[in-house]
Design a protein around this ligand. Structure first.
Ligand code: SF4
Length: 744
C-alpha cells in the first residue's frame, strides 16, 4: 500500500482529482471518527486536468466516512422477517449460483436481473456485463444511471449516431454564452460552476439559467428564465422559432453537416413568442432576450443534467437542445457544444462498458448483430449468446418483481429502496422478491432491509480501478487502504459467481483489475470511445482523455481529435450527418389539477450525495443539511395559512410526507421543492419519492422524477415529531449498527 494516493473523487460526475493522505502524517495527531477509526485526509489534486486542485465539501470530507458502519461479512436470511446470520463467502457464492440456476431452469434467464451503479469502477461494470449479458444470457443489467442521464445517452445516439458528450471542460473557459437548463450546477457540480463563473466574470460573458427555482446557479445568471416546470420544450422550440425568424442560423453548417432541418422548421412554426411566453410563464421580452443571446454569441455552451433528463420528454429535450447547437453551428468548436453533466463519478465509464440494458461495451447496442458478434468473440462465447432485445430498464425491474417475473434481483452499490419513483409501490415489489442480493460497502441501507443476502463490497480506496468523468477524462483510482472485514471488489464477486456457474474460461481466477481493464479497452478499438491506448500502467502516469487509440500519444491524440468530438462536422449516423429532431411540446405526465394543485419538483443539496449512504454518516455535512424541507413561495404559504418552520403534509395520488416549511421567493408560486436525499432509515415521512410517479420517457426509459402534482395541508405536530433530524438519525443508526455488531 502506498502512503499517498492520487485518485478521482467518487461522488459527482465532475470527477475532481483527489490526493488522499494517510491518517498518520509525521508530526500530526491522528484524527478519528466517532467509532475510533483513523480518518484519511483528502485534498484537491492540483495536477488533475479536470479540477486543478479544486474540491467541494463532499470530496474534502470523504475520509470521514470510509470506515463507519461497514458491512464486514456476507450475511443471509430466509425471509425478510428473519434476522441475518453470518455465512462464508464460499456459502454465499454457492447460494447465488444455486438461485440463478434455479431461476433459469424454471422461468428462463430473463428472471434474473442486476441493478448496478455509476459508483462502480469500469472493471466492475465490464465484468457484470460479461456475466449477465454474455454468460447468463439476459440483457437485464441496468444501472442507477437510468434514473440520471439515460435521456442524454438516447439524445446523443439519435442525433449523432453515438453516445458521447462532444465538449470538454476547457470549453467552460472558452465560451461567451453559457446556457444552463435543468441543472443547479452551483450545488450539484460546484467545481464546474466555479470554473465557468470565474471565466464569465473575467470575460464579461453571459449566463442564461433556465430553472423554475432561483437556485444558487440562477442567482449568478445574466438572464434567469423561471419557466413553469415541464415547459422546457416550449422554450427550446420558441428560441428556435425566433432564431429562424431572424435568419440567425448557420446555413452552411446545416447544409453540409446535418439532415432534417426543413422538418424541424415546420415544427417550430407552431411556437410563436406570445404562445411560448404564456406557456412558460415568462415575459415575451425574456424569451426574446434568450434568443438574442443565442443569436449574437459566437460560442454557446449548453450544460444540463437531471432537470432535463428526468422527464417523460427527456430524450426530446436533449435532442432539441442539440437542435439549437446544430442550427447555429455551435458544436465541435472551442467554447461551444451541447454538454450533459453526469451525476455520478463513473456514469460515463458505465456507458463505455455497456452498463445499461440496451447497450454493450465500446458504445455498442444489443440490437446490432455485428456489435453482439464482436463482443461475443472477445468474451469467448458462442454466437447468439447475447440476446438481441434490450433487457429490463430500472423501473421495469420493479414491475418484474411486482408481477412475479423476476426471481433473482441483484443490487450492487445503489439504493433503490430510496431512489426509485413511487417508493411505496417499489417497497411492496421488493417485499415480493423471492431472492434479493444487496452488495454494498455500508450496512444498513434502506435496500438491505429488503434483501435476503447481503455482500460486503470493497469501497473506493480499497480497490484499484478506473473511472471516466463527464469530459471523458479517465483516471486510475488506486487502492490506498485495506478492505474492511471480508469485503471484496465488486468485479471479483461477479467473476467468482461466473466461475461457479461454469464459466471458468470467461473469468480467469488469476486475473487482476489491470487484466480486466485491458480486455475492456480492446473492445473499444476503432470505436468513438477508443481507449485501446490506455492501460493501468499508462494511467498511473496521470489522467488521460479519450479518444486514445492504441498507437496514439497524448500529443498526437489531441492533434488528431482535438479535445472535442465532431470537430470535422462528420457524425456516426448512416449518412455521416447529424440528425435534427422534430419534437412537439407535451408537458408534464401529471400536471396539477384541482385535487393536487401544486407542482412538486425534487432536487439535490450541495453537501449531500444521493441517498445519504455515505454523506449521511458525515457529521459536518449533516450539520449543514440536517433534514428535508418543503420550499414554498410566500404567496402560496399565506393563501394556505402556513407559517415559517411549520410542519405541513404533502400528498400526491401515491403517498404523503410531512416536512417543515421553508418559505422563500426563490421558488415560483404554484411550485414547491423537496430535496430527494432522505430515506426511511434517516427520517420519518421525508421520502420525496413517496410522492413521485413512475411514468418514463418512452425512448430513454428515464422516470420523470422531477415533477408530480401534490396537495398541501396543515398538520398538528406532536413534540416527538419535531425533534432534530440529526438526533433521531443517530439514534436510528445506533440501533441498526448494534444489530450488525451482534451478528459478528
Ligand atoms: Fe467530488 Fe463533484 Fe465535489 Fe468534485 S465537485 S469534489 S467530483 S463531489
Amino acid at each position: 500500500m502506498s502512503d499517498f494516493a492520487k485518485t478521482q473523487c467518487p461522488y459527482c460526475g465532475v470527477g475532481c482529482g483527489l490526493e488522499v493522505l494517510p491518517p498518520a502524517m509525521p508530526g500530526k495527531a491522528v484524527k478519528r471518527d466517532e467509532e475510533g477509526n483513523p480518518i484519511w485526509q483528502a485534498r484537491g489534486d492540483r495536477a488533475h486536468p479536470s479540477s486543478k486542485g479544486m474540491v467541494c465539501v463532499k470530496g474534502g470530507s470523504i475520509g470521514d466516512a470510509l470506515d463507519k458502519d461497514r458491512l464486514l461479512y456476507p450475511m443471509v436470511r430466509d425471509s425478510l422477517k428473519d434476522d441475518f446470520r453470518r455465512i462464508s463467502w464460499d456459502e454465499a457464492y454457492d447460494l447465488i449460483a444455486q438461485k440463478i440456476k434455479g431461476a433459469i431452469a424454471t422461468k428462463g434467464p430473463d428472471s434474473v436481473c442486476m441493478y448496478g451503479s455509476g459508483q462502480f469502477q469500469t472493471e466492475d461494470y465490464y465484468t457484470a456485463q460479461k456475466l449477465i449479458k454474455g454468460c447468463i444470457g439476459t440483457n437485464n443489467f441496468d444501472a442507477n444511471s437510468r434514473l440520471c442521464m439515460s435521456s442524454a445517452v438516447a439524445g446523443y445516439i439519435q442525433s449523432f449516431g453515438s453516445d458521447g458528450p462532444p465538449a470538454c471542460y476547457e470549453d467552460l473557459e472558452e465560451t461567451d454564452c453559457a446556457f444552463l437548463i435543468g441543472t443547479n450546477t452551483a450545488d450539484c457540480h460546484p467545481i464546474i460552476f466555479n470554473r465557468l463563473t470565474k471565466h464569465l466574470k473575467k470575460s464579461r460573458g453571459t449566463l442564461i439559467v433556465v430553472d423554475p427555482r432561483r437556485t444558487k446557479t440562477a442567482e449568478k445568471a445574466t438572464l434567469h428564465l423561471a419557466i413553469k416546470p415541464g415547459s422546457d420544450m416550449m422554450l427550446l422550440n420558441g428560441i428556435a422559432h425566433l432564431l429562424i425568424k431572424w435568419g440567425k442560423v448557420d446555413q452552411g453548417y446545416i447544409e453540409s453537416c446535418t439532415e432534417g432541418f426543413a422538418d424541424y422548421v415546420e415544427v417550430v412554426k407552431h411556437y410563436p413568442p406570445d404562445v411560448v411566453a404564456e406557456a412558460c410563464g415568462i415575459s415575451p421580452q425574456h424569451l426574446a432576450a434568450a434568443a438574442r443571446l443565442w443569436a449574437k454569441s459566437k460560442r454557446v455552451l449548453s450544460l444540463w443534467s437531471m432537470g432535463v433528463n428526468q422527464s417523460t420528454e427527456g430524450t426530446a429535450k436533449c435532442r432539441t437542445i442539440i437542435n439549437l447547437h446544430l442550427m447555429t453551428g455551435n458544436i465541435g468548436r472551442p467554447g461551444a457544444g451541447p454538454f450533459s453533466l453526469t451525476g455520478q463519478p463513473n456514469a460515463m465509464g458505465g456507458r463505455e462498458a455497456g452498463g445499461l440494458a440496451h447497450i454493450l461495451p465500446g458504445y455498442r447496442v444489443v440490437m446490432n448483430p455485428e456489435h453482439r458478434a464482436a463482443v461475443e468473440q472477445v468474451w469467448k462465447l458462442p454466437e447468439g449468446s447475447i440476446r438481441p432485445e434490450p433487457g429490463l430498464a430500472a423501473w421495469d425491474m420493479i414491475l418484474g418483481l411486482e408481477s412475479g417475473d423476476v426471481d433473482v434481483f441483484w443490487v450492487a452499490a445503489t439504493n433503490p429502496a430510496v431512489s426509485m419513483p413511487d417508493i411505496d409501490r417499489t417497497k411492496k415489489a421488493l417485499e415480493k422478491s423471492p431472492f434479493t442480493i444487496c452488495q454494498d460497502a455500508y450496512y444498513p441501507t434502506e435496500t438491505t432491509e429488503y434483501s435476503h443476502l447481503i455482500l460486503p463490497a470493497a469501497q473506493w480506496g480499497e480497490k484499484t480501478g478506473v473511472m471516466t468523468n463527464s469530459e471523458r477524462v479517465v483516471t486510475l483510482c488506486k487502492s490506498f487502504k485495506r478492505a474492511r472485514g471480508q469485503a471484496k471488489a465488486d468485479w471479483k464477486i461477479f467473476a467468482e459467481v461466473g466461475r461457479r456457474l461454469g464459466f471458468e474460461a470467461q473469468f480467469d481466477a488469476e486475473a487482476t483489475s489491470a487484466d480486466v481493464y485491458a480486455e475492456f479497452v480492446s473492445l473499444t478499438e476503432g470505436r468513438l470511445c477508443d481507449m485501446s491506448g490506455l492501460s493501468h500502467v499508462r494511467l498511473a502516469g496521470g489522467p488521460i482523455q479519450w479518444p486514445m487509440p492504441v498507437e496514439a500519444t497524448e500529443a498526437t491524440a489531441v492533434d488528431r481529435f482535438d479535445k472535442r468530438l465532431y470537430t470535422d462536422g462528420r457524425f456516426l449516423t448512416a449518412s455521416g450527418r447529424a440528425q435534427f429532431a422534430k419534437f412537439h411540446h407535451k408537458g408534464l405526465a401529471e400536471p396539477p389539477n384541482p385535487d393536487y394543485p401544486f407542482v412538486l419538483t425534487t432536487g439535490r443539496l450541495y453537501g449531500h450525495w444521493h441517498t445519504l449512504t455515505r454523506t449521511g454518516r458525515i457529521k459536518r455535512i449533516n450539520k449543514m443539511h440536517p433534514g428535508a424541507f418543503l420550499e414554498i413561495h410566500p404567496r402560496d404559504a399565506a393563501d394556505l395559512g402556513f407559517e415559517a418552520d411549520e410542519v405541513v403534509e404533502v400528498r400526491s395520488p401515491r403517498g404523503k410526507v410531512r416536512l417543515p416549511l421553508l418559505i422563500t421567493k426563490a421558488i415560483s408560486p404554484g411550485t414547491v421543492f423537496v430535496p430527494m436525499h432522505w430515506g426511511f432509515l434517516w427520517a420519518d415521512d421525508m421520502e420525496a419519492n413517496a410522492l413521485t410517479h413512475s411514468e418514463v420517457c418512452p425512448i430513454s426509459k428515464e422516470p420523470e422524477l422531477k415533477a408530480c402534482a401534490v396537495a398541501l395541508s396543515k398538520v398538528v405536530p406532536e413534540p416527538a415529531e419535531v425533534e432534530l433530524v440529526q438526533e433521531s438519525l443517530f439514534a436510528r443508526l445506533g440501533r441498526s449498527v448494534r444489530a450488525v455488531v451482534g451478528a459478528r
